[in-house]
Design a protein around this ligand. Structure first.
Ligand code: NAP
Length: 494
């Protein structure tokens, strides 16, 4: 295994009004590298309420000019940003691997490419944020305008910041909004760099980034009377708080929250000619190559009792082959967990799951250490014989831990799959499309995949049922709903 050099240590100022700025207080916070314990990647400003006020005021000043442009001018800007981000894609991927711990080949590069693709997509459809005309008679002009909401706060988690920023920023800009981004304290570097690049093509203030603690900067944005929408991605716990605050002041809100998604394997998916494909898909759906730190991880594996041992053994054998190691090394399949707190939380869940009666350890996860490489590494754990009521089957572990539960009857598995306060994603494996689609329609999740485990397709709908969230911003229809408001204008002609 090779240990790749990290990007040079530097200060990474915020971007407000198109300019790099420090916090008004002069305070800075270290950003740590999850793959190299104790290594500091650089510093970011530790902003406070006054910095948030400054960013929101800049976004307000920028709003009329940006909102009132012809859509083609916003389109040109977004497409230029896409080209510049494409040129910087490898740099952004390296930075992602360094500050999130996501492995460069399977995860960090696809993330930075997805960001580029999203700028291209929403640049291309910028003219579609449009209203309708009602045929109400020759003497009437009755039409709607889709107007931007105004100033948006985009609050981001640490697990794949660029991809999640890509799910908010290009669409919101195409619709004519201005945006203040707040990255997670643990992984702010790629977002600052993205905003820096985008600002070369945007009027000052249209896109800003403010760094600092969620309880200070995030809270200030959520409470700010001049922030018209909060687009939040993160945990259900903080999402609930955000919704309470924005509900009180009647501000638009979208929430992309946690998940505990089911993967359901039917007996025919374990046939000799299908097993290998099913196993690859189960692992992909489980997002082991993101260390399981994905809201859509298919972390509850429901396997039909007739093929339970066969599938579980094959999944465990293949997961054991995943190469854990330096996120910046191309040979690595799985990088590092984000920080010590998350690492200890994952170990605690595993301890708890292993202590349950009747549990079977199908794959023993463990720490990974190498010469010169000491980070928050943990290889996959797979537990069999799990009951759907156990804590490890109900709570979001957000780590490389898969639990397997047997089933015998379709109604039973649908009931177990739906027995969760989450409802983000689901994965179904069967060559019997009638059975698969019947199951898909009965699953209470916002996104169901059949016979595949991979990522989102740009333009599709995405969002949660139940406590996995509210709102859809990813598809064109969702973005129009999520980033504009409708004004009806009725004119008597003549
Ligand atoms: P988190 O702790 O909820 O934090 C998310 C963001 O909220 C961070 O920027 C955080 O800032 C900020 N924040 C914290 N307190 C706040 C407050 N009082 N007001 C406003 N903002 C506040 O989540 P995380 O640990 O970063 O991310 C993991 C979670 O995100 C998981 O539950 C995962 O399922 C979910 N997620 C969901 C999706 C989806 O699409 N549904 C995608 C990715 C992740 P600090 O970091 O500075 O505290």
């Amino acid at each position: 295994m090779t240990i790749a050099p990290l990007p040079p240590v530097a200060d990474h100022p915020m971007i407000i009004d198109g300019q790099p700025v420090a916090a008004g207080s002069g305070e800075w916070a270290d950003v740590h590298c999850p793959g190299r314990r104790g290594t500091v990647l650089g510093r970011v400003p530790r902003a406070d309420q006054a910095d948030v006020d400054r960013a929101v005021a800049a976004a307000h000043r920028a709003l009329p000019g940006w909102r009132d442009l012809h859509f083609k001018d916003r389109q040109i800007a977004l497409l230029r940003i896409a080209d510049a981000l494409q040129d910087a894609a490898e740099e952004l991927a390296v930075l992602t691997a360094a500050d999130t711990g996501n492995a460069i080949r399977p995860q960090a590069r696809p993330e930075s490419q997805t960001l580029v693709n999203l700028f291209r997509y929403f640049g291309g459809v910028a003219g579609e944020f449009k209203g309708t005309v009602l045929p109400a008679g020759a003497d009437q002009l009755q039409y709607t305008r889709r107007e931007p909401l105004g100033v948006l706060a985009g609050i981001l988690p640490w697990n794949s910041p660029l991809m999640i920023a890509g799910m908010k920023v290009p669409a919101a800009l195409a619709a004519g909004n201005s945006i203040v981004l707040k990255p997670a304290e643990d992984a702010p570097l790629t977002i600052i760099r993205m905003v820096e690049i985008a600002n070369r093509f945007l009027p000052p203030g249209v896109l800003t980034v403010v760094t600092g603690r969620g309880s200070v900067v995030g809270e200030a944005l959520v409470r700010h009377p001049d922030v018209h929408k909060v687009s939040f991605t993160g945990s259900t716990e903080i999402g609930r708080h955000v919704a309470a605050v924005t509900g009180e002041r009647i501000a638009h809100t979208s929430l992309e929250l946690g998940g505990k998604s089911p993967t359901i394997v039917f007996p025919d998916a374990a046939a000799d000619d299908r097993l290998a494909e099913t196993v690859e898909g189960v692992l992909l759906g489980m997002r082991f190559t993101r260390q399981g730190q994905s809201c859509t991880a298919g972390s509850r594996l429901f396997v039909h009792a007739d093929v339970y041992d066969r599938v579980l053994d094959a999944v465990a054998a293949r997961a054991a082959e995943l190469v854990v190691g330096d996120p910046l090394d191309d040979a690595t399949d799985m990088g590092a967990l984000i920080n010590e707190k998350q690492y200890r939380s994952v170990l605690d869940y595993v301890r708890d799951g292993r202590a349950q009666p009747g549990v079977r350890v199908a794959l023993e996860g463990g720490p990974y250490r190498a010469e010169g490489l000491d980070g928050w590494y943990q290889s996959p754990t797979i537990l069999g014989g799990v009951d759907n009521t156990w804590r490890i089957a109900r709570e979001e572990v957000f780590g490389p831990v898969l639990v397997a539960i047997p089933w015998t009857d379709r109604d039973e598995v649908v009931r177990m799959a739906n027995d969760s306060h989450y409802g983000l994603a689901a994965y179904i494996w069967s060559r019997d499309l009638t059975a698969a689609l019947d199951t898909a329609h009965r699953i209470e999740s916002g996104w169901v995949q059949v016979n595949q485990g991979g990522g989102q397709v740009i333009g599709q709908s995405y969002g949660g049922y139940k406590q996995s969230g509210i709102g859809r911003e990813f598809s064109l229809e969702g973005a129009i709903e999520g980033f504009t408001q409708t004004k009806q204008i009725n004119v008597r002609l003549g």
